[in-house]
Design a protein around this ligand. Structure first.
Ligand code: GLC
Length: 470
Protein backbone atom coordinates (compact mmCIF):
# COMPACT_ATOMS: atom_id res chain seq x y z
CA UNK A 1 0.00 0.00 0.00
CA UNK A 2 1.26 3.52 -0.80
CA UNK A 3 1.91 5.86 2.13
CA UNK A 4 -0.96 8.23 1.31
CA UNK A 5 -3.31 5.26 1.13
CA UNK A 6 -2.06 4.09 4.51
CA UNK A 7 -3.04 7.36 6.10
CA UNK A 8 -6.43 7.15 4.46
CA UNK A 9 -6.88 3.59 5.72
CA UNK A 10 -5.92 4.67 9.25
CA UNK A 11 -8.48 7.47 9.18
CA UNK A 12 -11.16 5.04 8.00
CA UNK A 13 -10.35 2.68 10.87
CA UNK A 14 -10.39 5.51 13.39
CA UNK A 15 -13.75 6.53 12.02
CA UNK A 16 -15.05 2.97 12.46
CA UNK A 17 -14.10 2.99 16.14
CA UNK A 18 -16.32 5.98 16.99
CA UNK A 19 -18.96 5.41 19.67
CA UNK A 20 -22.21 7.39 19.71
CA UNK A 21 -24.40 8.35 22.63
CA UNK A 22 -27.83 9.87 22.06
CA UNK A 23 -26.95 10.42 18.42
CA UNK A 24 -23.66 12.25 19.09
CA UNK A 25 -20.10 10.92 18.65
CA UNK A 26 -18.53 10.85 22.13
CA UNK A 27 -15.39 8.75 21.91
CA UNK A 28 -13.59 5.79 20.35
CA UNK A 29 -13.42 2.12 21.36
CA UNK A 30 -10.07 0.94 22.72
CA UNK A 31 -9.96 -1.87 20.14
CA UNK A 32 -12.17 -3.50 17.56
CA UNK A 33 -10.91 -7.07 17.46
CA UNK A 34 -13.79 -9.48 17.03
CA UNK A 35 -11.53 -12.55 17.28
CA UNK A 36 -10.81 -12.10 21.00
CA UNK A 37 -13.02 -11.69 24.05
CA UNK A 38 -13.52 -7.92 24.36
CA UNK A 39 -12.99 -7.74 28.18
CA UNK A 40 -13.08 -3.95 28.55
CA UNK A 41 -11.50 -3.16 25.17
CA UNK A 42 -14.97 -2.35 23.86
CA UNK A 43 -15.08 0.67 26.16
CA UNK A 44 -13.90 4.26 25.75
CA UNK A 45 -10.72 4.70 27.81
CA UNK A 46 -9.76 8.20 28.88
CA UNK A 47 -6.04 7.70 28.17
CA UNK A 48 -6.65 5.93 24.85
CA UNK A 49 -9.11 8.53 23.68
CA UNK A 50 -6.55 11.29 24.34
CA UNK A 51 -4.59 10.00 21.34
CA UNK A 52 -7.74 9.89 19.18
CA UNK A 53 -8.68 13.37 20.42
CA UNK A 54 -5.31 14.81 19.39
CA UNK A 55 -5.62 13.21 15.93
CA UNK A 56 -9.15 14.62 15.51
CA UNK A 57 -8.06 18.08 16.67
CA UNK A 58 -5.10 18.17 14.28
CA UNK A 59 -7.57 17.42 11.52
CA UNK A 60 -9.93 20.20 12.64
CA UNK A 61 -12.61 17.80 13.92
CA UNK A 62 -13.59 19.37 17.21
CA UNK A 63 -17.11 18.14 17.78
CA UNK A 64 -16.29 14.63 19.03
CA UNK A 65 -13.66 16.06 21.38
CA UNK A 66 -16.04 18.57 22.92
CA UNK A 67 -18.71 15.88 23.31
CA UNK A 68 -16.19 13.64 25.04
CA UNK A 69 -15.18 16.44 27.41
CA UNK A 70 -18.82 17.10 28.30
CA UNK A 71 -19.65 13.46 28.86
CA UNK A 72 -16.63 12.87 31.07
CA UNK A 73 -17.42 15.96 33.16
CA UNK A 74 -20.82 14.42 33.78
CA UNK A 75 -19.08 11.24 34.99
CA UNK A 76 -16.73 13.04 37.37
CA UNK A 77 -17.43 12.24 40.98
CA UNK A 78 -18.96 15.33 42.64
CA UNK A 79 -19.36 14.41 46.28
CA UNK A 80 -16.78 14.30 49.06
CA UNK A 81 -17.11 11.04 50.88
CA UNK A 82 -15.53 8.69 53.34
CA UNK A 83 -16.95 5.50 51.82
CA UNK A 84 -14.02 3.54 50.41
CA UNK A 85 -16.18 1.95 47.71
CA UNK A 86 -17.15 5.25 46.14
CA UNK A 87 -14.85 7.30 43.92
CA UNK A 88 -13.26 10.31 45.63
CA UNK A 89 -14.52 13.77 44.69
CA UNK A 90 -12.89 14.92 41.46
CA UNK A 91 -11.99 11.46 40.09
CA UNK A 92 -12.83 10.43 36.57
CA UNK A 93 -13.24 6.86 35.33
CA UNK A 94 -10.54 4.80 33.59
CA UNK A 95 -13.13 3.88 30.98
CA UNK A 96 -16.84 3.93 30.29
CA UNK A 97 -19.33 2.35 27.95
CA UNK A 98 -22.76 3.09 26.56
CA UNK A 99 -25.38 0.54 27.57
CA UNK A 100 -28.46 0.17 25.39
CA UNK A 101 -31.27 -0.83 27.77
CA UNK A 102 -35.01 -0.74 27.11
CA UNK A 103 -35.23 2.43 29.18
CA UNK A 104 -32.77 4.16 26.85
CA UNK A 105 -29.03 4.69 26.55
CA UNK A 106 -26.95 4.96 29.70
CA UNK A 107 -23.29 5.66 30.42
CA UNK A 108 -21.60 3.07 32.64
CA UNK A 109 -18.27 4.24 34.09
CA UNK A 110 -15.51 2.13 35.62
CA UNK A 111 -13.40 3.94 38.22
CA UNK A 112 -11.32 0.83 38.79
CA UNK A 113 -13.97 -1.15 40.67
CA UNK A 114 -14.42 -3.54 37.74
CA UNK A 115 -11.00 -3.31 36.07
CA UNK A 116 -8.68 -6.33 36.07
CA UNK A 117 -6.86 -6.32 39.45
CA UNK A 118 -9.04 -3.34 40.47
CA UNK A 119 -6.40 -0.78 39.45
CA UNK A 120 -7.27 2.87 40.07
CA UNK A 121 -6.65 5.24 37.13
CA UNK A 122 -4.81 8.21 38.61
CA UNK A 123 -4.04 9.48 35.10
CA UNK A 124 -7.65 9.96 33.88
CA UNK A 125 -8.05 13.45 35.32
CA UNK A 126 -4.65 14.45 33.92
CA UNK A 127 -5.59 13.31 30.42
CA UNK A 128 -8.89 15.15 30.68
CA UNK A 129 -7.09 18.43 31.40
CA UNK A 130 -4.56 17.83 28.62
CA UNK A 131 -7.36 17.16 26.10
CA UNK A 132 -9.30 20.23 27.25
CA UNK A 133 -6.22 22.42 26.85
CA UNK A 134 -5.49 21.07 23.35
CA UNK A 135 -9.15 21.59 22.43
CA UNK A 136 -9.11 25.22 23.59
CA UNK A 137 -5.74 25.91 21.95
CA UNK A 138 -7.12 24.65 18.68
CA UNK A 139 -10.60 26.18 18.78
CA UNK A 140 -10.29 29.20 21.07
CA UNK A 141 -13.54 28.03 22.65
CA UNK A 142 -12.89 29.90 25.90
CA UNK A 143 -16.62 30.17 26.58
CA UNK A 144 -16.70 26.44 27.07
CA UNK A 145 -13.58 26.27 29.24
CA UNK A 146 -14.73 29.24 31.32
CA UNK A 147 -18.21 27.82 31.81
CA UNK A 148 -19.28 26.58 35.26
CA UNK A 149 -18.97 22.88 34.44
CA UNK A 150 -15.36 23.03 33.30
CA UNK A 151 -14.30 25.44 36.03
CA UNK A 152 -15.83 23.22 38.73
CA UNK A 153 -14.15 20.16 37.23
CA UNK A 154 -10.76 21.84 37.10
CA UNK A 155 -11.04 22.98 40.71
CA UNK A 156 -12.05 19.59 42.00
CA UNK A 157 -9.13 17.97 40.14
CA UNK A 158 -6.80 20.49 41.78
CA UNK A 159 -8.29 19.84 45.21
CA UNK A 160 -7.94 16.10 44.68
CA UNK A 161 -4.36 16.18 43.45
CA UNK A 162 -2.82 19.03 45.44
CA UNK A 163 -4.09 17.83 48.83
CA UNK A 164 -1.38 16.73 51.29
CA UNK A 165 -1.33 13.06 52.09
CA UNK A 166 1.22 10.90 53.88
CA UNK A 167 4.47 12.00 52.33
CA UNK A 168 6.59 15.12 52.06
CA UNK A 169 7.48 15.15 48.36
CA UNK A 170 6.22 17.35 45.53
CA UNK A 171 5.85 14.21 43.40
CA UNK A 172 2.65 12.18 43.62
CA UNK A 173 2.50 8.90 45.51
CA UNK A 174 0.48 6.25 43.63
CA UNK A 175 -0.20 2.51 43.73
CA UNK A 176 1.03 0.07 41.07
CA UNK A 177 -0.70 0.11 37.68
CA UNK A 178 -2.28 3.56 37.97
CA UNK A 179 -1.57 4.71 34.37
CA UNK A 180 -0.87 3.21 30.93
CA UNK A 181 1.02 0.39 32.64
CA UNK A 182 -2.02 -0.86 34.46
CA UNK A 183 -0.66 -4.12 35.83
CA UNK A 184 1.81 -4.95 38.58
CA UNK A 185 5.18 -3.86 37.19
CA UNK A 186 6.91 -2.23 40.15
CA UNK A 187 5.64 1.18 39.07
CA UNK A 188 4.12 2.15 42.43
CA UNK A 189 5.55 5.02 44.46
CA UNK A 190 6.61 7.99 42.34
CA UNK A 191 6.63 6.75 38.72
CA UNK A 192 7.91 9.20 36.16
CA UNK A 193 4.90 8.97 33.85
CA UNK A 194 2.46 10.04 36.56
CA UNK A 195 4.74 12.94 37.59
CA UNK A 196 5.07 14.09 34.03
CA UNK A 197 1.31 13.89 33.46
CA UNK A 198 0.66 15.66 36.78
CA UNK A 199 2.93 18.49 35.68
CA UNK A 200 1.19 18.70 32.27
CA UNK A 201 -2.21 18.81 33.96
CA UNK A 202 -1.13 21.59 36.34
CA UNK A 203 0.16 23.63 33.39
CA UNK A 204 -3.16 23.10 31.62
CA UNK A 205 -5.16 24.08 34.72
CA UNK A 206 -3.07 27.24 35.08
CA UNK A 207 -4.02 28.26 31.53
CA UNK A 208 -7.67 27.32 31.78
CA UNK A 209 -8.74 28.53 35.21
CA UNK A 210 -10.32 32.00 35.25
CA UNK A 211 -8.01 34.60 36.80
CA UNK A 212 -10.00 36.20 39.61
CA UNK A 213 -9.75 36.80 43.33
CA UNK A 214 -11.60 33.64 44.29
CA UNK A 215 -9.15 31.54 42.31
CA UNK A 216 -6.03 33.21 43.70
CA UNK A 217 -5.42 30.39 46.13
CA UNK A 218 -5.46 27.82 43.31
CA UNK A 219 -2.95 29.81 41.25
CA UNK A 220 -0.62 30.24 44.23
CA UNK A 221 -0.65 26.52 44.92
CA UNK A 222 -0.28 25.53 41.26
CA UNK A 223 2.75 27.80 40.87
CA UNK A 224 4.43 26.56 44.02
CA UNK A 225 3.88 22.94 43.08
CA UNK A 226 5.08 23.44 39.50
CA UNK A 227 8.25 25.04 40.82
CA UNK A 228 8.86 22.23 43.31
CA UNK A 229 8.28 19.62 40.61
CA UNK A 230 10.70 21.27 38.20
CA UNK A 231 13.38 21.46 40.84
CA UNK A 232 12.82 17.96 42.25
CA UNK A 233 12.54 16.06 38.98
CA UNK A 234 15.34 17.81 37.13
CA UNK A 235 17.62 17.23 40.06
CA UNK A 236 16.71 13.83 41.48
CA UNK A 237 15.44 11.87 38.47
CA UNK A 238 18.09 12.90 35.94
CA UNK A 239 20.70 10.28 35.05
CA UNK A 240 23.78 10.92 32.99
CA UNK A 241 27.39 9.97 33.61
CA UNK A 242 27.89 12.87 36.00
CA UNK A 243 24.89 12.09 38.22
CA UNK A 244 25.51 8.35 37.96
CA UNK A 245 29.00 8.93 39.27
CA UNK A 246 27.61 10.92 42.20
CA UNK A 247 25.17 8.14 43.05
CA UNK A 248 27.95 5.58 42.71
CA UNK A 249 29.90 7.46 45.41
CA UNK A 250 26.90 8.27 47.66
CA UNK A 251 27.31 8.14 51.44
CA UNK A 252 24.38 6.44 53.13
CA UNK A 253 22.43 6.83 56.41
CA UNK A 254 22.71 10.64 56.50
CA UNK A 255 20.37 11.80 59.28
CA UNK A 256 20.40 15.57 58.70
CA UNK A 257 18.62 18.32 56.83
CA UNK A 258 21.02 18.87 53.95
CA UNK A 259 21.86 15.29 53.06
CA UNK A 260 23.38 14.79 49.64
CA UNK A 261 21.89 11.34 49.35
CA UNK A 262 18.49 12.65 50.27
CA UNK A 263 16.58 9.41 49.65
CA UNK A 264 19.21 7.07 51.06
CA UNK A 265 19.80 5.32 47.72
CA UNK A 266 22.29 2.46 48.07
CA UNK A 267 24.96 2.60 45.35
CA UNK A 268 24.88 -1.23 45.17
CA UNK A 269 21.39 -0.94 43.69
CA UNK A 270 22.73 0.53 40.41
CA UNK A 271 22.23 -2.29 37.87
CA UNK A 272 25.29 -3.09 35.76
CA UNK A 273 23.49 -2.54 32.42
CA UNK A 274 23.22 1.23 33.14
CA UNK A 275 26.97 1.77 32.79
CA UNK A 276 26.88 0.45 29.20
CA UNK A 277 23.52 1.96 28.33
CA UNK A 278 24.58 5.57 28.94
CA UNK A 279 27.03 7.34 26.64
CA UNK A 280 28.98 10.53 27.31
CA UNK A 281 26.56 12.69 25.35
CA UNK A 282 23.19 11.41 26.55
CA UNK A 283 21.00 10.95 29.60
CA UNK A 284 17.44 10.19 30.75
CA UNK A 285 15.08 10.47 33.67
CA UNK A 286 14.90 7.50 36.05
CA UNK A 287 11.63 5.60 36.18
CA UNK A 288 10.95 6.22 39.86
CA UNK A 289 12.60 7.88 42.85
CA UNK A 290 11.51 7.30 46.44
CA UNK A 291 12.82 6.20 49.82
CA UNK A 292 15.91 4.01 49.24
CA UNK A 293 14.70 3.42 45.74
CA UNK A 294 15.79 4.50 42.32
CA UNK A 295 14.26 2.57 39.44
CA UNK A 296 16.87 2.80 36.70
CA UNK A 297 14.59 1.42 33.98
CA UNK A 298 13.96 3.74 31.02
CA UNK A 299 10.25 4.48 30.55
CA UNK A 300 9.52 5.97 27.16
CA UNK A 301 6.20 7.80 27.61
CA UNK A 302 7.23 9.58 30.82
CA UNK A 303 10.58 10.61 29.36
CA UNK A 304 9.21 11.95 26.07
CA UNK A 305 6.43 13.83 27.83
CA UNK A 306 9.14 15.64 29.81
CA UNK A 307 10.28 17.21 26.54
CA UNK A 308 6.76 18.01 25.36
CA UNK A 309 5.79 19.84 28.56
CA UNK A 310 9.25 21.43 29.15
CA UNK A 311 9.72 19.71 32.48
CA UNK A 312 13.10 18.71 31.09
CA UNK A 313 15.44 21.68 30.60
CA UNK A 314 16.85 22.26 27.11
CA UNK A 315 20.07 20.40 27.79
CA UNK A 316 18.26 17.42 29.26
CA UNK A 317 15.79 17.36 26.35
CA UNK A 318 18.67 17.30 23.86
CA UNK A 319 20.53 14.57 25.76
CA UNK A 320 17.35 12.52 25.98
CA UNK A 321 16.78 12.60 22.23
CA UNK A 322 20.44 11.72 21.73
CA UNK A 323 19.87 8.68 23.96
CA UNK A 324 16.96 7.60 21.75
CA UNK A 325 19.25 7.91 18.77
CA UNK A 326 22.18 6.14 20.46
CA UNK A 327 19.86 3.35 21.60
CA UNK A 328 17.81 3.14 18.43
CA UNK A 329 18.43 -0.57 18.03
CA UNK A 330 17.04 -1.40 21.46
CA UNK A 331 14.21 1.14 21.64
CA UNK A 332 12.91 1.05 18.08
CA UNK A 333 14.08 -2.32 16.74
CA UNK A 334 11.69 -3.37 13.98
CA UNK A 335 8.80 -1.35 15.37
CA UNK A 336 8.88 1.82 17.45
CA UNK A 337 8.62 2.21 20.43
CA UNK A 338 9.52 0.09 23.44
CA UNK A 339 7.46 1.01 26.47
CA UNK A 340 10.41 0.47 28.83
CA UNK A 341 13.94 -0.88 28.89
CA UNK A 342 15.20 -3.37 29.95
CA UNK A 343 12.67 -6.11 30.66
CA UNK A 344 12.35 -7.73 34.07
CA UNK A 345 13.54 -11.32 33.88
CA UNK A 346 13.79 -14.41 36.09
CA UNK A 347 13.49 -13.84 39.80
CA UNK A 348 12.89 -10.11 39.35
CA UNK A 349 9.96 -10.84 37.01
CA UNK A 350 8.53 -13.38 39.48
CA UNK A 351 8.79 -11.06 42.46
CA UNK A 352 7.84 -7.77 40.84
CA UNK A 353 5.01 -8.84 38.51
CA UNK A 354 3.76 -11.72 40.67
CA UNK A 355 4.49 -14.27 37.87
CA UNK A 356 2.34 -12.32 35.39
CA UNK A 357 2.20 -14.43 32.18
CA UNK A 358 1.10 -11.41 30.14
CA UNK A 359 4.14 -9.42 31.25
CA UNK A 360 6.92 -11.95 30.58
CA UNK A 361 10.26 -10.50 29.47
CA UNK A 362 10.05 -8.36 26.31
CA UNK A 363 6.29 -8.65 26.10
CA UNK A 364 3.40 -6.22 26.75
CA UNK A 365 4.29 -3.73 29.51
CA UNK A 366 7.55 -5.51 30.26
CA UNK A 367 9.66 -4.28 27.36
CA UNK A 368 7.09 -4.77 24.59
CA UNK A 369 6.84 -2.20 21.81
CA UNK A 370 3.72 0.00 21.55
CA UNK A 371 3.09 1.73 18.21
CA UNK A 372 0.76 4.19 19.98
CA UNK A 373 3.86 5.78 21.55
CA UNK A 374 5.06 7.13 18.20
CA UNK A 375 3.02 10.28 18.71
CA UNK A 376 5.14 11.25 21.74
CA UNK A 377 8.28 10.87 19.66
CA UNK A 378 6.82 12.95 16.84
CA UNK A 379 5.78 15.83 19.10
CA UNK A 380 9.07 15.78 21.05
CA UNK A 381 11.14 15.71 17.84
CA UNK A 382 9.22 18.57 16.27
CA UNK A 383 9.37 20.63 19.47
CA UNK A 384 13.16 20.35 19.64
CA UNK A 385 13.63 20.72 15.89
CA UNK A 386 15.23 17.28 15.70
CA UNK A 387 13.07 15.61 13.08
CA UNK A 388 15.99 14.04 11.22
CA UNK A 389 15.06 10.48 12.18
CA UNK A 390 11.31 10.90 12.46
CA UNK A 391 10.61 10.00 8.82
CA UNK A 392 12.58 6.78 9.18
CA UNK A 393 10.72 5.85 12.36
CA UNK A 394 7.40 6.39 10.67
CA UNK A 395 8.48 4.35 7.65
CA UNK A 396 9.50 1.56 9.98
CA UNK A 397 6.02 1.57 11.48
CA UNK A 398 4.38 1.81 8.07
CA UNK A 399 6.13 -1.34 6.90
CA UNK A 400 4.20 -3.43 9.40
CA UNK A 401 1.28 -1.63 11.01
CA UNK A 402 -1.26 -2.05 8.25
CA UNK A 403 -0.03 -5.53 7.31
CA UNK A 404 -0.43 -6.67 10.92
CA UNK A 405 -3.76 -4.88 11.31
CA UNK A 406 -2.64 -2.23 13.82
CA UNK A 407 -1.73 -4.40 16.83
CA UNK A 408 -1.77 -3.11 20.37
CA UNK A 409 1.87 -4.10 20.91
CA UNK A 410 4.82 -6.12 19.58
CA UNK A 411 6.99 -8.61 21.45
CA UNK A 412 10.63 -9.63 21.48
CA UNK A 413 13.89 -7.87 22.18
CA UNK A 414 13.84 -6.42 18.62
CA UNK A 415 10.05 -5.99 18.48
CA UNK A 416 9.67 -8.41 15.61
CA UNK A 417 6.64 -10.38 16.79
CA UNK A 418 3.04 -9.29 16.98
CA UNK A 419 2.31 -9.32 20.74
CA UNK A 420 1.17 -12.67 22.07
CA UNK A 421 -2.15 -11.36 23.35
CA UNK A 422 -2.23 -8.14 21.35
CA UNK A 423 -5.58 -6.92 20.10
CA UNK A 424 -5.69 -6.00 16.41
CA UNK A 425 -7.26 -2.74 15.29
CA UNK A 426 -6.13 -1.11 18.51
CA UNK A 427 -7.39 2.44 18.23
CA UNK A 428 -4.47 4.28 19.78
CA UNK A 429 -2.03 2.43 17.50
CA UNK A 430 -4.04 3.85 14.60
CA UNK A 431 -4.40 7.37 16.06
CA UNK A 432 -0.75 7.49 17.20
CA UNK A 433 0.34 6.81 13.64
CA UNK A 434 -2.03 9.47 12.27
CA UNK A 435 -0.60 12.10 14.63
CA UNK A 436 3.02 11.26 13.76
CA UNK A 437 2.37 11.27 10.03
CA UNK A 438 0.43 14.53 10.20
CA UNK A 439 3.19 16.25 12.17
CA UNK A 440 5.88 14.99 9.84
CA UNK A 441 4.11 16.81 7.02
CA UNK A 442 2.82 19.80 9.01
CA UNK A 443 5.06 20.23 12.07
CA UNK A 444 3.61 23.64 12.97
CA UNK A 445 0.39 21.91 14.03
CA UNK A 446 2.11 20.39 17.07
CA UNK A 447 1.82 23.58 19.13
CA UNK A 448 -1.60 22.58 20.48
CA UNK A 449 0.14 19.72 22.30
CA UNK A 450 3.28 21.38 23.64
CA UNK A 451 4.12 23.71 26.53
CA UNK A 452 6.94 26.25 26.49
CA UNK A 453 9.17 26.76 29.48
CA UNK A 454 7.78 29.73 31.38
CA UNK A 455 10.04 32.21 33.22
CA UNK A 456 7.45 32.36 36.01
CA UNK A 457 7.73 28.61 36.68
CA UNK A 458 11.48 28.83 36.38
CA UNK A 459 11.57 31.45 39.11
CA UNK A 460 9.26 29.31 41.29
CA UNK A 461 11.76 26.48 40.81
CA UNK A 462 14.59 28.77 41.92
CA UNK A 463 12.57 29.74 44.99
CA UNK A 464 11.94 26.09 45.68
CA UNK A 465 15.67 25.49 45.60
CA UNK A 466 16.36 28.37 48.03
CA UNK A 467 13.43 27.61 50.27
CA UNK A 468 14.10 23.92 50.67
CA UNK A 469 17.82 23.95 50.00
CA UNK A 470 17.78 20.35 48.99
C1 GLC B 1 -4.49 -2.07 28.52
C2 GLC B 1 -3.40 -1.03 28.66
C3 GLC B 1 -4.00 0.29 29.04
C4 GLC B 1 -5.04 0.70 28.00
C5 GLC B 1 -6.08 -0.39 27.85
C6 GLC B 1 -7.02 -0.13 26.71
O1 GLC B 1 -5.12 -2.29 29.75
O2 GLC B 1 -2.46 -1.42 29.60
O3 GLC B 1 -3.01 1.26 29.13
O4 GLC B 1 -5.64 1.89 28.37
O5 GLC B 1 -5.45 -1.63 27.59
O6 GLC B 1 -6.33 -0.03 25.51
Amino acid sequence: MKNGDLLEEAWQLLENSIVEYKGRPIGTLAAEDKSLSPLNYNQIFMRDFAVSAFAFLLDGRHEIVKNFLEVTVSLQSRVSQMDCFLPAKGTMPASFKVSHAAAGEKLIPDYGEKAIARVAPIDSVFWWLYILRAYVKKTNDWDYAHGDDCQQSIKSILELTLTNRFDMFPTMLVPDGSFMIDRRMGVYGYPLEIQSLFFTALLAAKELLIQNNDNKIYFENINRRLGHLVYHIRKYYWLDFKTLNQIYRFKIEEYKEHALNRFNIFPESIPSWVFNWLSDDDGYFAGNVGPSRMDFRFFTAGNLLMIINSLADKKQAGALLTLLQNREKELMGEMPLKICYPALTGKEWRLITGHDPKNTAWSYHNGGSWPSLIWYLAVASVKTGRTGHLGEMIELAERRLSRDNYPEYYDGIHNKLVGKEARRRQTWSIAGYIIAKTLLNEPQKSEILTFDESPEIQSCAENSCKELDY
